[in-house]
Design a protein around this ligand. Sequence first.
Ligand SMILES: [Zn+2]
Length: 466
Amino acid sequence: MTLRGAVALYARISQDRSGDELAVTRQLEDCRAEAERRGWTVADEYVDDDVSAYSGKARPAYERMLRDIEDGLRDAVIVWHMDRLHRRPIELEQFVATCTRANVSDVVTLHGDYDLGKGDGLFMARLMAAMAANESDSKRRRLKRKAVETAEAGKPKSGGPRPYGFRSDFVTHEPAEVAYFHEAAERVLAGESLQSVVRWLDASGAHTAKGNQWTPSKLRALLLAPRYWGMRTHHGQIVAKATWEPIITPEQGERLRLLLTDPSRGTHRAPRRYLLSGLLKCSKCGGTLYSAPKSGVRGYACMKGAELRGCGGTYIYAAKLEAFIAHAVLIRLDSPHLVDAMVSTAERSEVAAIGDAIVADTAQMEDLMKLWADRAMSTEEWKLARDRLEARVQANRRTLTRLTEHDAIENYLGQGEALREQWEGLNLSRQAAIVKAVLDHIVILPVVHRGRAGLDPERVAPQWRL
Ligand SMILES: [Zn+2]
C-alpha cells in the first residue's frame, strides 16, 4: 500500500442522471471512507454543484483542483465515479496531461482504480469518458435543432404528459392541483415528512397528473422540480427563466431543494439501519425478508400482505445475524479460494475487446449521424442502422458490467483482517457494499431448536457470489 499525504477528494452533484443520483455529501463520505481505508490523508475536498450553477458550465472547484495538482500540492485523487470527474474526453486528456506533469498517477474511484501511469488504467479511464460523452453528445445532437432553442427561450416543451399543476399547454395553472402543491410544499418546509404528506394527499383523494397514487419519491421529485419556481430545465439543468407563471417563489424552491437533498434527512428512503436489506431470502417461500423490528428490537421478516408476496413464516433477529455474516464475509475475503476465483486473464482480455467494440460502435453511430445530417441517408435507414448498433452497444455494456463486477471485490480481496479492525467504524452503506461484493444472498431456514438463545448458525445458508 502506497501512503499518500496530500490527497484530493472530488465530488460533483449532477441531476443529469436521475437514476443513480447521489447527494454530494454521500459521495464525499464514501470518498473519505476510501481514503481512511487506504490510510491516505485528505488535503482538500473539491465540490462542484451543477444544479445551482445557472449556466451549468462552470466547475470552479475542478479548476482549482487542477491548479493544485499542477502546483505539486496533491499526490492522489479520489473521486466517487469517473463520470463525476469528466464530462468530455478532452477534459480527461487535460487531466491526464496535468497529472503526468505533476507525477500523480493514483486516481481512485469507488468503482475501481485507474493507474494513469499504466496503459490499461488510462485505457479504462478513456473508455469511461468516451461512453459518458457519447451519451450526452448523442442526446444533445438529437435535441439540438428545436429543443435547445425552445428550452433556452424558457418556453415549455411540447408533447409528453403534462406536469402536475399545469394544463396540457404546460403553461396554464390547474387551480385544484396548484392548491395541493402549495400545501404540500408548506407542510414539507414546516418539517413534515414526505410519507406523512403523502398520507394527507391520499386522504384528500388527490392524485398525480397521471391519476396515480402519490408516493414519497414522486412527491419528492415534484417538489424538487425547478419548473415550479419558474425555471426551465433541459436535461435536468436549469437553462433559462421560464415563460410561465411560477407556482412557488424561487426562494421556496431553493429551500425545498436544500431540505430534500440533505442526506441526513433520510426521508426519501428510510435510513439504512439494516446491513442485510434485500439480501435475505425465506427458505419456505423464496421471498425477500424485510426489516421488521419487534418491540423495538431489529429483525427481518418474511411478510405477506397487499404487495408483499411472502408467506409470513420466517423471522430472524438482526444484530447477531449481521455480526455473524460480517464475520463470515471478512473471512471469505481472505480465503485462497476467492483469490483463485477472481477475474481470469482470459476475462481481462475479453473486457478489453468489449471495450474496443463499444468504442467502435459508438464511433460508427456518430458517422451514421453525420451521413444522416448531410442527407446522405434517409431517416428510416438511419434508424434501422442506429437501432442495430445501439442494441449491440447495450448488450456489450451489460457484459462489461458483469465482467467488471469483480472489481468491487478486488479492492477488498485479502483485506479481511484489516477490514475487521475498521468494521465498526465503516458506515453502513460501505459495510453493505463489502458484503454484497462477495455474497449473492442468504437463505434463512426455519427455527429448529426452539428457545435457544442467540443465533442458530444452522438457520443461515449464505450463497456466495464466488
Ligand atoms: Zn416466506
